[in-house]
Design a protein around this ligand. Structure first.
Ligand SMILES: [Fe+2]
Length: 367
């Protein structure tokens, strides 16, 4: 049969998706983290892979889904958190804007699965299925072999249980809780994700009525994480909005690298931190490096990191900033503190071995 006769939509999808195949899986597996460092990879949205010198591997908010793929009826569901927030009824045009850089089913080992909250772009049923089906294990702080734990706030654990993750494999955390494993310590902290506060269990015409109701406890819905590692302390703020309480976290903990959810909020929305908020968060947390994330993923929230750079340059001297921003790329690697002085990331450019093998050109004047 000819090529054009045998090609189908299905084999096109299988040969093209996920876009990066197992490239990043292999890179993470092969990377050996030097003593006194910590390795991080951006998995898209707020997804982060953390790897330590003792080969402790954890993921935070690894998610494998996408957004709108059809115009459908053009409507947003009544009771959706965005509809709750601003009273809109037109479909939100949030299409996924970044490739899939990791294959969740090709992950060979991980020591813990963390989620900051239960919104759809922060948890993955596919990844959970793979971890459970392949019976992945790790060792607890006493050296006992245990199934890989799923760690998150109450509502995240409820979702994992609904998907069929065994109860004994789930750990519900609240701000202040500490979990030790291998050479890391996971500290759960307060979240400031006010979009989570207007998220209800029921959607549609029987939506839960929130008007005049005192908000439910944020601690059940979302947490921030501080990951203490041999290379420094990493602060993952999930989808937190700006809060003056970042300053308390900055006083309570030494924070090296802080991640903040940045985005260009559409008119009528207050869901992501602005450029100004990202700088205020970094200053309050007293971190050394701040890294904006999440702005990559939704077409309707995409933002320009140069806005952060311009504001930073304007304010850093007068406010005596002790941090600098680092602008990353999805799928990129960042080793701390080895890469501490870097200001922006570029994917490996290749061709380092140019002119080391014989060329094959008609004349050198072609070059
Ligand atoms: Fe999000």
């Amino acid at each position: 049969m000819s090529r054009v006769q045998e090609i189908t939509r299905e084999n096109w999808i299988m040969s093209t998706f996920p876009e990066w195949g197992t490239w990043l899986n292999e890179e993470i597996e092969d990377e050996v983290i030097q003593p006194g460092n910590v390795g991080m990879w951006w998995l898209g949205c707020t997804g982060l892979w953390v790897k330590t010198p003792n080969d402790c591997n954890i993921t935070i908010d690894l998610w494998c889904g996408n957004g709108k793929r059809t115009h459908g009826n053009g409507k947003m569901q009544v009771g959706h958190q965005m509809a709750n927030m601003c009273g809109a009824r037109k479909m939100q045009p949030n299409l996924r804007a970044v490739p899939f850089v990791i294959d969740p089913f090709a992950i060979k080992k991980v020591d813990a699965v963390l989620a900051t909250h239960y919104h759809q772009d922060h948890m993955s049923v596919e990844y959970a299925a793979h971890v459970v089906q392949s019976k992945m294990t790790t060792v607890d702080e006493n050296g006992n072999e245990i199934p890989v734990p799923f760690i998150g706030p109450k509502k995240s654990v409820e979702l994992w249980l609904k998907w069929g993750v065994p109860k004994e494999q789930c750990i519900t955390v609240k701000p202040g809780d500490v979990i030790k494993m291998k050479d890391i310590e996971i500290v759960a902290l307060d979240s400031f994700d006010r979009t989570c506060l207007v998220t209800t269990d029921s959607q549609g015409e029987d939506r839960e009525e929130l008007t005049g109701i005192c908000p439910t406890d944020m601690d059940d819905k979302a947490v921030n994480f501080l990951i203490k590692t041999p290379g420094g302390n990493i602060y993952h703020s999930g989808d937190s909005h700006y809060s003056i309480y970042f300053a308390k976290h900055g006083k309570d903990y030494d924070i090296d690298v802080a991640f903040g959810s940045y985005g260009e909020n559409p008119v009528g929305m207050a869901d992501k931190m602005t450029s100004c908020d990202i700088l205020r968060m970094a200053e309050a947390l007293r971190c050394k490096v701040v890294i904006p994330i999440h702005y990559d993923v939704w077409t309707n929230f995409m933002a320009d990191v140069n806005e952060i750079k311009v504001l930073y340059e304007m304010k850093k001297d007068r406010l005596d900033y002790q941090f600098h921003p680092f602008f990353w790329e999805v799928g990129g690697k960042y080793i701390y503190p080895a890469d501490k002085e870097k200001k922006a990331y570029h994917h490996p450019r290749g061709f380092e071995d140019c002119f080391e093998a014989p060329q094959n050109i008609p004349f050198r004047s072609c070059l």
